[in-house]
Design a protein around this ligand. Structure first.
Ligand code: A3P
Ligand code: MG
Length: 441
């Protein structure tokens, strides 16, 4: 780990206040059900770093323990039990923004930041009515259109020079210099999996020119839920976007326009590169807005995540907020290095009564008093081990082959293999373009 990375991780995890005396954090356990061989490349690669920083006592400062061994994954799956992931915090490099893109009011792609908005700090008790405009000033994105990774792939094709490996060899024909391409939201789901007791997921993986593409597939349960959403639930989904409209301006010198239309086709997405243990990641995530101050640090440190949540009135509500909501908020913003989450707490009638800032680096400390609460290290170690599992499983390099990974609460992650099926998700235009440009080498 470089000095810079270590500093970032300390800041991102608020190292100095977070010493965790729990001896279970020191355990190095395999997430695989079977015996494993610990002498992986990963372990050796990080030995130097480990000895360089042995004076730092916090578990987050150390490298990840051994990664799952060399045994080929079999029909046995990957454990999702949180106890198996309570080891040292794995290396997670400071995410670097390598680009961005925008989707306009008709969901058209632009390789620029035209949809980036600017945070306009509201009063502490603003009384924003989130119901306003739901009936007459709301254009909702068509959720039946499954976009898969298409926008990210478009961004990749428009920015190949930033990503291509400098030396492409026939032995290792890697079109992009990354191991995984995916949405931040899919990684958020992975981070929270050891604590997820309600919703399963399906992730389709294709290996193409040695990069693994991960794209979500809607589960049957999610499809049913989408179909059976109540009117109240539909309206509540609007509230989060309405809060964004109250707090975001279109440019540095303008003010928010709560009288305008809320159009959920519009989006600004950051594209970041980072590394989790030995997994080089490229992912994109939607960003709500940025700091107005031109002297604010560069992206992603200037970005702000906006959230709404029900007002907290009882200890039970506080505990649920800590255990479930803060886990999701932390995972979503920690991944791309977004340092601030601004929350609007609303009453039962959809009126924001208080606004509070949650620095991402402080979230995991707020929850320490909760018994059996979630731990960032479990989230990150599970994600790392899942990616190792994927690398070892999805071995055939073929754009029409999908390895479908499946999680059901309280079960291991399992997978199945599909050729030329409904699950294939890499579009022909992408495969053609990557293939033809690579063959020129
Ligand atoms: P809240 O975050 O205030 O709930 P994001 O916060 O990720 O930027 O998403 C913006 C808003 O989209 C959410 O606001 C919520 O209104 C809506 N939304 C996103 N994902 C959702 C989901 N899975 N179910 C319901 N609403 C969702
Ligand atoms: Mg948000």
């Amino acid at each position: 780990m470089t000095h810079c990375t270590r500093q970032w991780l300390e800041a991102a995890m608020d190292h100095h206040k977070s010493h965790n005396p729990d001896p279970s954090c020191q355990r190095h356990q395999s997430a695989y059900r079977r015996e494993r061989n610990d002498s992986g490349r990963n372990h050796r690669e990080f030995q130097n770093v480990r000895s360089n920083h042995h004076h730092l006592h916090h578990p987050y400062q150390h490298q990840s323990g051994p990664t799952p061994g060399k045994n080929p994954p079999s029909s046995r799956g990957l454990s999702t039990r949180k106890e198996n992931y309570e080891r040292d915090f794995p290396v997670y490099k400071q995410p670097v923004e390598v680009g961005c893109f925008s989707l306009d009011s008709e969901r058209r792609f632009f390789n620029d930041s035209r949809q980036l908005r600017y945070y306009s700090e509201p009063e502490r008790n603003p009384h924003f009515d989130l119901k306003d405009g739901y009936k007459d000033r709301f254009i909702k994105r068509d959720e039946s259109v499954k976009e898969k990774l298409d926008h990210i792939l478009r961004w990749i094709l428009a920015n190949r020079s930033k990503l291509s490996s400098k030396v492409a060899t026939t032995a290792s024909p890697c079109a992009l210099d990354v191991d995984f391409v995916t949405w931040r939201g899919h990684l958020t789901k992975l981070l929270t999996t050891p604590y997820e007791t309600r919703e399963g997921w399906l992730l389709a993986v294709t290996r193409f020119r040695n990069t693994l593409y991960i794209s979500e597939v809607e589960t049957e349960a999610a499809r049913r839920e989408l179909e059976n959403r109540t009117e109240r639930h539909q309206e509540m989904m609007y509230w989060g976007y309405k809060f964004e409209q109250y707090t975001c301006a279109d440019n540095v010198h303008s003010s928010p326009d709560p009288g305008g239309v809320v159009n959920t086709n519009e989006a600004f997405c950051t594209v970041v590169q980072t590394r989790l243990t030995d997994h080089r990641l490229l992912f994109s995530g939607e960003v709500d807005c940025r700091d107005k101050d031109p002297n604010a640090p560069g992206p992603p440190a200037c970005y702000v995540e906006l959230k709404t949540s029900a007002e907290i009135c009882t200890p039970k509500q506080r505990s649920n907020f800590h255990r479930f909501k803060l886990l999701k908020w932390w995972a979503q913003s920690f991944l791309p290095g977004v340092p601030r989450v601004i929350a609007g707490f609303r009453d039962h009638d959809g009126v924001v009564v208080t606004v509070e800032t949650f620095p991402t680096s402080k979230i995991s400390h707020l929850i320490k008093s909760e018994p059996n609460c979630w731990k960032p290290t479990v989230c990150m170690n599970f994600c790392s081990d899942f990616l190792t599992f994927v690398k070892r499983t999805a071995t055939e390099d073929n754009p029409s082959v999908v390895y479908l990974f499946s999680y059901e609460p309280h079960r291991d992650v399992t997978y199945s293999i599909h050729r030329d099926s409904q699950y294939s998700f890499l579009p022909h235009w992408y495969v053609r373009e990557i293939t033809s440009s690579q063959d020129l080498h």
